[in-house]
Design a protein around this ligand. Structure first.
Ligand code: AMP
Length: 147
């Protein structure tokens, strides 16, 4: 039996996400539940629209398209890892904050994230990985990403 009943995997939907999901799936091989979460960052938190002359409507359209694409990619991953639809979470906001909130509200026992293992103090974990680790109310497993 696994030490964890509820394993929550945070995926950035890049090609590396499978390395993280693979490790997480192993944790529930002998029992437990796997859930997948991706957090879409609001476009206006990444780009300053006005400086490119984009209208609010154009931004909304791009955001909607990103949401559709993210949902599809998340679903593909979920199918591959046998994760039921009700355990797939696509959220909008700050990744670390949303992951913390979701893990708390859904009683996750461990959050699994990827780590690029960059060298140097500040770069030991990537920025999202670092932010998830600090402030998490449950265990956090950082999976070393093989480049
Ligand atoms: P980073 O810190 O950006 O190198 O990302 C490290 C890990 O944080 C990724 O492998 C994912 O596990 C997680 N992560 C990064 N961005 C997101 C996101 N937008 N949604 C969910 N998890 C993420």
């Amino acid at each position: 039996m696994s030490a964890y009943d509820h394993v929550m995997v945070a995926v950035d939907l890049s090609a590396e996400a499978k390395q993280v999901a693979d490790k997480a799936a192993r944790l529930v091989r002998s029992g437990g539940r796997l859930s997948l979460v991706h957090v879409l960052q609001p476009l206006d938190s990444i780009y300053l629209g006005e400086s490119y002359g984009a209208t609010a409507a154009q931004f909304q359209k791009i955001q909607d398209e990103m949401m559709i694409q993210a949902k599809e990619t998340l679903k593909e991953l979920a199918v591959e890892y046998g994760c039921a639809e009700e355990h797939q979470y696509l959220l909008v906001g700050n990744p670390a904050k949303e992951i913390h909130k979701l893990a708390d509200s859904h009683n996750a026992d461990v959050v699994v994230i990827g780590s690029h293992g960059r060298h140097g103090l500040g770069l030991l974990l990537g920025s999202t990985a670092n932010a998830v680790l600090h402030g998490a109310g449950c265990d956090v497993l950082a999976v070393r990403i093989k480049e």
